[in-house]
Design a protein around this ligand. Sequence first.
Ligand code: GLU
Length: 505
Amino acid sequence: MSRPVRTRFAPSPTGPLHIGGVRTALYAYLFAKKHKGSFLLRIEDTDTARTVPGSEDLINKTLAWCGITPDEGVHEGGDFGPYKQSERKEIYIKYAHELVANGKAYYAFDTEEEIASWREKTASENNGNAAFYGFATRMQLRNSLSLSEQDVKQLLDQKTPFVVRLKVEPEDTVIFNDIIRGQVKFEANQLDDRILLKSDGMPTYHLANVVDDYLMQITHVIRGEEWLASTPHHVLLYRGFGWEAQMPIFAHLPLLLKPDGKGKLSKRDGDRLGFPVFALEWMNPETQEKSIGYKERGFLPQAFVNFLALLGWNDGSDQEIFSMDALINSFSLERVQKAGAKFNFEKAIWFNQQYIQKLDISYLSDLFNTFLKEKGIHKDTAFVNQYSALFRERITFLHELNTVGSYLYQDITFYDTETYQKKYKPEVEIFKAQFIDELLKIESLDANKIETLFKLLLEQLQMKIGEVMPIFRILLTGIMQGPPVFDTINLLGAEESIARLKKQI
Ligand code: GLU
């Protein structure tokens, strides 16, 4: 019988969550939801020396902003907690000793210094290739396999610090199926006897990760490609514990690549090319250096999520716009590409623009209204609504809405006099005068009536649109770009439009 799908995102709070990590979380979430399963957030914080204050908080806030909601986790609770590895120390110790008792692991007493000098020695004897702690060398080192039972007992009684190492059998071949990469094979004689429990009693990533995935009944391990090399050790751990039947299915996601070349996308690339690599703002607690995130840059979370989902996945069609529900519906790990996904910031901007165009005018109006109020500017609802509707399609980022048409709610601060002079012909004065006269006669102004009037006058005065329109534009707004002039006049109202048209520049 197949088990209910359970996936997890298992970040270590050792620094700010990078967009690559957010994508991993997103794929694990989408997969779980698609299969009506559960998505867990597990904090892997056993490497206390590398823990960075604030990074766990950033993980939580980032997932919340993206709408990636864990079903179980530190804050959500659940039947398989605690969900923070530092609170599960006893569990790992118990399992590490169980593995030793079953002959699948052993105690090793060598100090770090001893190992370092041993490796150095072997490197000098072997053209710079240092030996690894494994089947070929373990009997030369100080551990419960090489020492007598009595010596081991004595060392343990004396509280000599020890680590627990996995005993890798060299004749084993590790083969596992990865949904994205297909069959992956490792020869065990190339694998070291990896440390499982450190001398301070803390588990390593490998032990804690496997024990927790087993205990938390994880069915699919979806994680970055950088963990592929650790997986054979994990498979051997599942075998060692006798948990092979419960071993999750693996899916190692391709890297996010630099936009302009090969190699993993880094924060430096973002700084160099001017785009964020974090979803939310992050302040480095050591240097106090602040890095802006996608949120602060003006991205909508829906656009950000859609963009991330398509970095390395598609549904096989040309469709690009997917809501979270649509992603859940269409997502499959089989369609995640094997090759790294080249990062493309322009595409992120494109997605944002697409989503802004779909926002409710009332939502934008509320934001704009708040902005105006903060500035002490009073405009009626009709103005705010029309303004928002006119500029929605002209902005790429939310905050641009406030200022893109500032000439409509405050005095013009800049006139494109160069174009004005180039286009100006004295005849336009006659047009202007008549237009103003007629405009005043229109009752309940609207853009259509203004357009009709404008065109009628052009005909009567036998003038071309290109002779009048640029002059009107610059007088009314200061610039050549912007929404249609008729809408602009309507928005400004007759009185203000006339005052602007009469201005000499
Ligand atoms: N703690 C690991 C990380 O920081 C988890 C890797 C995994 O998902 O197994 O990414």
